[in-house]
Write a protein that binds this ligand. Structure first.
Ligand code: IPM
Ligand code: MN
Length: 353
């Protein structure tokens, strides 16, 4: 028996709904495998700003630092539009990632055979795709200084150090080693000095992984290949902003933004969040797709608690619910649809059996 202590940050919009779904599935896992699950909930994002005047209250950050695992639903609200960048809900997320030292963000993008017709790509291009985007998460343009905005000029700064590239590259190479042993490093080395360093460091790290085949690709070409020949990718390693963009593109390949999970690792505490945002347009309706959140919980079981059989059971539960024809609105096409809760119940039930 393990003790599973989770810090849960439901956040804004559909965040609370998909978090409830994921926690429900984790409850079923605990029951089936005999673990003791405790969930400690805290405020983050717009809801935290409304109640406390800051999107990341100290109590939240302290609880996250204690860990060992943090689950985050989503942050963001249209009412935050006029706020200064530091007060915006997104600022909480960026601070959390960097305070927890979660420098490697793993975003698996696998096309579910049951959903292949929902892909934005032709069936024969999408079918069988299975990749993981490893996005550097605590550096690059998101964090570089100086950064400021004047009336007619604004500045952001792109910086990476050798050490920052090295540590995320190692995570990506290890992952590639456990998969099909192919790593594509995405940069823009034809234009950016930072990318030239990135390329060189990846080549250095590659020397320790002779069993992994490496290639380098410019970001624009990678964006194109993702929709024309996505099967060529196994592990994609890239910097923060390119990884943000390419992972949304990969979700279109999978069929919905509601499908992609993520694990942010590297520090003492793991941070797990669906790749999608707070989707205010559908918030509170009970129709959001909980798959990304549920799969993020599965990643948490594996990465933070070493419970691999449990993680597989959750993944199987999702596949079973899909095979049984259950579809939330985003992946239903014209067909019948179930609610967030109904989908989560089905996964929980499959896990318990
Ligand atoms: C993501 C999101 C965030 C990011 C936003 C909400 C700050 O788009 O996790 O992909 O850009 O990293
Ligand atoms: Mn994004």
């Amino acid at each position: 028996m393990s003790k599973l202590h989770i810090v849960s940050l439901p956040g804004d919009g559909i965040g609370p709904e998909v978090t409830t779904a994921a926690m429900h599935v984790l409850g079923a896992v605990a029951k089936r495998f005999g673990h003791e699950l405790t969930v400690e909930e805290h405020l983050v994002g717009w809801c935290a700003y409304e109640k406390t005047g800051t999107p990341l209250p100290d109590a939240t950050l302290e609880a996250c630092r204690r860990g060992p695992a943090v689950f985050l639903g989503a942050v963001g609200d249209p009412r935050a539009e006029g706020l200064l960048p530091g007060k915006r809900p997104e600022a909480a997320l960026l601070k959390l990632r960097s305070e927890l030292g979660c420098f490697a963000n793993l975003r698996p993008a696998r096309v579910d055979e049951e959903l292949v017709d929902m892909s934005a790509l032709k069936r024969e291009i999408a079918s069988g795709c299975d990749m993981v985007i490893v996005r550097e998460l605590t550096g690059g343009l998101y964090y570089g200084t100086p950064r400021f905005k004047e009336a007619d000029r604004a500045v952001n700064t792109l910086v990476y150090t050798r050490a920052e590239v090295e540590r995320v590259a190692k995570v990506a190479f290890e992952l590639a080693r456990s998969r099909r042993k192919k790593l594509t490093s995405v940069d823009k080395a034809n234009v950016l000095e930072v990318s030239q360093l990135w390329h060189a460091v990846v080549d250095d790290v590659a020397k320790s992984y002779p069993d992994v085949a490496v290639d380098h690709m410019y970001a624009d070409r990678a964006a194109m290949e993702l929709v024309t020949a996505p099967k060529r990718f196994d592990v994609i390693l890239t910097e923060n902003l390119f990884g943000d963009i390419l992972s949304d593109e990969a979700s279109a390949m999978c069929g919905s933004l509601g499908l992609l999970a993520s694990a942010s690792v590297g520090g003492k505490v793991g941070l797990y969040e669906p790749v999608h945002g707070s989707a205010p347009d559908i918030a509170g309706k009970g129709i959001a797709n909980p798959i990304a959140a549920i799969r993020s919980a599965a990643l948490m079981l594996g990465y933070s608690f070493g419970l691999h059989a449990e993680a597989v059971a959750v993944e199987r539960g999702v596949s079973k619910a899909l095979a049984d024809g259950l579809r939330t609105a985003d992946v239903a096409g014209g067909g019948p649809r179930v609610s967030t809760r109904e989908f989560a119940n089905a996964v929980a039930e499959a896990v318990t059996k």
